[in-house]
Design a protein around this ligand. Structure first.
Ligand SMILES: Cc1cc2nc3c(=O)[nH]c(=O)nc-3n(C[C@H](O)[C@H](O)[C@H](O)COP(=O)(O)OP(=O)(O)OC[C@H]3O[C@@H](n4cnc5c(N)ncnc54)[C@H](O)[C@@H]3O)c2cc1C
Length: 480
């Protein structure tokens, strides 16, 4: 099947799945009050690839059918530029608020399949072959994936990785004629209600003896024993005027329980193979996926700059302290853009003809970005001041008695009418202050590990050659 339409995507969500929200098992994610906004938004993402086919679609290398460009396995800088254009188009739809639109895992699995030899070590040739086959299925059936990498936190002092005997973390508990049985739990499955399948691949490295936890596979959401417990919804169902963002962009996050789940043999990519599990994520995954996440982050920052600037214009608040804060957001935008350019233009052949962006700019931006995202929200609330709350709703604007008063008392500067003013500040609050905004702050802090960990990785993986040469000059010179 070639690239799907939104209607085909929504039809695919009608199948069985055990998704819990607000204490109830959801029977229909497309029609549920708190989920339908995001389901239809994602359907529009599927439609968008057809509306912008020149940028978003390409022929499948084997079948020739149209598939999304996010499935591209890059073989040149030009391919990475082409992928950038498609990722940007998708990110623009949700102005970067949906971090896990299907392109995220499309890029991930294209990266894995392009470097399948990294998965084929230590006797895992069959797992690597299954993975390559799965990526073909993913791109041809245009599936929506959710994923879960991290074991639940029960006792932080015991470390990140499960040790033998841990019955909370996801592990293999037996074999069957058709595959394996797994049990346990994992966090966190963003997009779960809107996914066709669930992907499990390595998170934190595992210690010696934890072989049973070394698993990777992809299975349909309808697989018996799979249970998803969603966090409280941030969706505001009423209308797009009142909640322009949280009406449609709550992508949801869920805790996943695997209650004796059978994984068919052809869906297994790692079966208790510690060496492969600990190896694959340290190779090309990072710089590959960071292109998608940084394109999204750039889009969100640029949107934030646009909102903040518009809020200031509406009330003519262009004073130097305010302009300074706007300039600060703009600087984050341009530093992110420069990082993306440096990473793509500095891309290299990974050794088998697959091209990967330069990881250095991405290491720097990943650790720093959460701070910028939080600061941007702070600036929007700062420049918005009380104006962010003097925002009549659709119902109040439509009331014939109130409307003339609102038109007199709640306009903006110059010829900005009351309706425009309300829309601008509502957008600002929905972006930087609503329940969805706070969820998004948490997403930015943690979606690829915490800042602390990412700064540690940046420091320990950095090339010190030049810095050491600069320092050594002073430590080694003859002092007479
Ligand atoms: C909204 C959201 C959506 C997500 N979606 C997904 C998803 O779809 N799939 C998925 O697999 N994951 C997802 N994640 C990420 C994942 O589930 C974890 O949240 C993430 O890996 C960080 O978890 P952690 O508690 O291990 O973080 P940590 O890195 O342990 O950080 C937690 C806290 O501990 C501190 N800390 C870190 N290291 C140390 C240390 N050595 N000593 C002391 N303190 C330390 C940090 O500064 C931080 O304050 C998502 C997370 C969020 C918040």
């Amino acid at each position: 099947m070639p690239a799907r339409t939104g209607a085909q995507f929504l039809k695919g969500l009608q199948g069985d799945r055990e998704v819990w929200l607000d204490g109830e098992q959801v029977t229909n994610v497309v029609e549920h009050t708190s989920l339908s906004g995001a389901a239809h938004a994602l359907a529009e993402v599927y439609d968008l690839q057809h509306e912008h086919a020149d940028c978003c679609l390409m022929p499948d290398p084997e079948t020739g059918e149209n598939i999304n460009v996010s499935h591209l396995i890059p073989h040149s800088v030009e391919d990475l530029r082409q992928r950038h254009a498609c990722l940007e188009k998708i990110a623009e739809y949700s102005v970067g608020l949906m971090g896990r639109t299907p392109d995220y895992l499309n890029v991930t699995y294209a990266g894995f399949a392009g470097r399948a030899e990294e998965w084929a070590i230590n006797g895992n040739e069959q797992g690597a072959e299954n993975l390559v086959d799965y990526q073909k299925k993913l791109r041809r059936e245009d599936l929506s994936l959710t994923h879960t990498l991290v074991q639940p936190t029960i006792d932080k002092a015991l470390g990140d990785a499960p040790h033998a005997g841990n019955t909370v973390a996801l592990r293999k508990i037996g074999d069957t004629a058709n595959g394996i049985i797994v049990s346990g739990a994992r966090v966190l499955s963003t997009l779960a209600p809107f996914a066709d399948e669930l992907a499990v691949y390595p998170g934190h490295p595992l210690p010696e003896g934890a072989d049973d936890y070394a698993l990777s596979f992809c299975i349909p959401m309808s697989t018996p024993g799979l249970k998803f417990i969603c966090r409280d919804s941030c969706s505001r169902p009423s209308n797009l005027f009142d909640y322009p963002l949280s009406h449609r962009f709550d992508e949801q996050d869920a805790f996943v329980i695997f209650d004796r789940v059978e994984i068919p043999r052809d869906r297994i990519h790692i079966d208790c193979n510690l060496e492969v599990y600990n190896f694959v994520m340290s190779q090309s995954w990072w710089q590959n996926i960071m292109q998608q996440t940084t394109v999204r982050a750039l889009t969100k920052l640029e949107f934030a700059w646009g909102i903040a600037t518009r809020m200031v214009d509406v009330i003519n608040a262009n004073q130097p302290p305010t302009l300074q804060m706007l300039g600060e957001i703009w600087s984050y935008v341009e530093m992110t853009r420069a990082c993306l350019t440096a990473a793509v233009e500095g891309a290299k052949d990974a050794g088998n003809g697959v091209w990967l962006p330069d990881s250095r700019p991405f290491s720097a931006i990943r650790a720093t970005m959460p701070g910028w995202m939080l600061r941007v929200n702070e600036i929007i609330r700062q420049v918005g001041s009380h104006n962010i709350f003097t925002t009549p709703s659709r119902g109040e604007l439509d009331d014939p008695g109130l409307r003339p008063l609102i038109d007199h008392y709640l306009t903006g500067a110059g010829d900005v009418d009351a309706e425009t003013r309300a829309r601008v500040f509502r957008l600002g609050w929905d972006f930087a202050g609503s329940a969805l905004a706070i969820r998004n702050e948490q997403y930015e802090r943690f979606y690829l590990g915490s800042s602390s960990r990412n700064y540690v990785v940046a420091q320990t993986s950095a090339d010190r050659t030049r810095a050491e040469r600069l320092v050594d000059r002073f430590l080694q010179e003859e002092i007479s």
